[in-house]
Design a protein around this ligand. Structure first.
Ligand code: SF4
Length: 187
């Protein structure tokens, strides 16, 4: 039988991310935690961000806060705050009887923009400086202009950091802030 255990595949830790939507999958929170515990995985629960225009539901209607997810988990497992970090926005908690970490990524209820160190590169070579804004620079143009040279690219990336916005302006009531869907941005 093929093993799916992370240790057997040589990974030190694997983290799952789950976006919880009220009335859609909030009834699966405890199952997800139990799955992570059984498989020795970490899991982070993420508040939905208003990326892309959706027509099948209003974002206000499906908003489910990290505090609500935490309260649901604590009906079964006590969560102990941890100072651990994976160099990203997750706030971690531990359980006394498991190695799995439970994380919360809370762009609405616990805004973490002030400590954000994230930028992303799209498949078209555009360096996006923020998930919640359109600020970006075109790396493809530089790559094509200076083939094989790293320095111009490096200078452009360093200079772009000055353009990184301070924060997003998301609201939970469904106003679309960014037209770009997450699958255009990349994870
Ligand atoms: S600054 Fe932008 S990318 Fe960073 S956490 Fe805020 S919204 Fe996300």
């Amino acid at each position: 039988m093929v093993s799916t255990r992370r240790q057997d595949a040589g990974f030190e830790r694997i983290k799952l991310n789950a976006v919880i939507l009220k009335g859609r999958n909030d009834d699966e929170i405890l199952d997800l935690v139990d799955f992570a515990r059984a498989e020795g995985l970490d899991i982070s629960f993420i508040e939905e961000m208003p990326l892309g225009d959706v027509s099948d539901h209003s974002r206000g209607e499906t908003f489910y806060s990290s505090d609500a997810v935490q309260a649901r988990i604590e009906t079964r497992h006590a969560l102990l705050p941890s100072a651990e970090s994976s160099l990203g926005p997750s706030r971690y908690f531990r359980m006394h009887d498991s190695d799995s970490r439970i994380g919360f990524i809370s762009p609405h209820s616990h805004n973490f923009c002030s400590t954000c160190n994230r930028v992303r590169v799209t498949v078209e070579g555009r360096l996006l400086l923020c998930l919640g804004n359109e600020h970006s620079v075109d790396l493809r143009h530089t790559l094509r202009r200076y083939p094989g040279e790293l320095e111009p690219l490096k200078q452009q990336i360093v200079a772009a950091m000055a353009l990184k916005p301070e924060r997003h302006h998301f609201t939970t009531d469904g106003d679309v802030q960014v037209v770009r869907f997450m699958n255009m941005t990349g994870g």
